[in-house]
Design a protein around this ligand. Structure first.
Ligand code: SF4
Length: 378
């Protein structure tokens, strides 16, 4: 990274300015507010930079369904594992690294790889295409997880595969869309929030407009923000103003990347390849129009249509509370397995596996023993 870029990041981590704004928030917030962030990168920043601790008593920050690995349900992981087992010699599965250790009902991709399945971690779907070009003897399947952030690049890889008339590349699409999930979460009525810190990367693609009707419907404020500590603090200040004035709308703090209308080119590419479908979310169940499925023109690359896979009914560890964590109704340390049976070295649920998971963030950065004590004494 060049010096200029480092200076640029330093500005967003300026300690004096940060402490000044923290003081300002503490002065300006009369009644404590409860805010949910719906992006794993925000979750990590909030914990890593000690923002939760600095604002204790004024802002209660809770994580929502914003970690792509965490919201991928057992049904999808089980399907992929069964694919690796049934077509062991014939396929090569390509995945993003975080999903490897997430347990499905009875195994994980990590275990299946150890047993001999050809599973390769890639950093982009284009890498998977490169493997498909070189290994014509294998069927290359890409396990596509993630939100609106990753869907456009995966759409590009499919367009590329079609252009090159590739006959050995397939996508299993488990992509999800953030706005319908927020609506579904709020409609459950389990959690009382004042507002959202909305995801910067997702919003770079979709813009701010899709959140407007949801915020209005549920009487909440939202701010799209960047990932540095000053971004988040500034977003909280804006949120507080919106909440105080009962403005149920979305504002963009992350204006260096997000426009109200989003990225038209990326949306067009995404819409050319994908269409909306119902989708199952861990912790939230099936949500209408919250997923992305391949359009009919891409049927020949749709792994769900090409491979005949049957999976037995799913099994969930009854003690794992990932669903409740993802709905923001418990803090990670309230799960009975947290820091006992479940740690980043031996994770039981995806929220501890993923580098963007709430349980991993709390375990790694937060003084969770103090919070636990505090809750016990309330
Ligand atoms: S501590 Fe582990 S088992 Fe409990 S909710 Fe978190 S990831 Fe799931």
């Amino acid at each position: 990274m060049n010096e200029e870029k480092l200076r640029f990041i330093d500005e967003y981590r300026n300690k004096e300015l940060l402490l000044k704004l923290i003081k300002k928030i503490k002065r300006e917030i009369d009644n404590p507010i409860k805010i949910m962030e719906v992006c794993g990168t925000h979750t990590i920043s909030i914990s890593k930079f000690g923002i939760r601790k600095l604002l204790k008593g004024k802002v209660d920050l809770t994580s929502g369904p914003g970690c792509p690995v965490c919201v991928t349900p057992n049904e999808d992981i089980d399907w992929i594992i069964e694919l690796c087992r049934k077509f062991k010699e014939k396929i090569c599965l390509t995945v993003f690294g975080d999903i490897m250790r997430v347990p499905g009902s009875n195994s994980s991709l990590f275990i299946e790889k150890a047993k001999g399945a050809d599973i390769r971690v890639v950093y982009s779907p284009i890498e998977a295409i490169e493997i498909a070009k070189k290994r014509k003897d294998l069927k290359i399947v890409f396990f596509g997880i993630g939100f609106e952030t990753t869907a456009p690049s995966i759409a590009i890889s499919l367009i590329e595969a079609k252009k090159n008339k590739m006959e050995n590349f397939y996508l299993y699409s488990a992509h999800k869309l953030i706005p319908p999930a927020l609506d579904a979460l709020l409609s459950l009525g389990e959690i009382k929030l004042n507002g959202f810190i909305l995801p910067g990367h997702v919003s770079t693609i979709i813009g701010s407009n899709p959140y407007k009707p949801i915020l209005k419907k549920h009487g909440l404020a939202g701010v799209i923000t960047g990932f540095e500590p000053l971004d988040i603090i500034q977003a909280l200040l804006i949120l507080n103003e919106l909440i105080k004035n009962k403005i149920y709308d979305v504002k963009i703090q992350y204006s260096r990347s997000v426009k109200p209308e989003g990225n038209e080119k990326a949306k067009k590419i995404m819409n050319n390849v994908f269409k909306e479908c119902n989708s199952i979310w861990r912790g939230l169940g099936e949500i209408p129009n919250s997923g992305l499925e391949l359009r009919e023109e891409y049927n020949d690359m749709n792994a769900k249509l090409h491979f005949d896979i049957n999976i037995p009914p799913k099994y969930e560890n009854p003690a794992c509370k990932c669903g409740e964590v993802l709905r923001g109704i418990i803090y990670p340390f309230e799960c009975p397995l947290f820091a006992k049976a479940c740690t980043p070295n031996s994770p039981i649920g995806p929220c501890m596996v993923s580098s963007e998971g709430a349980c991993a963030a709390w375990y790694t950065y937060e003084d969770w023993r103090k919070y636990k004590e505090m809750i016990k004494n309330e």
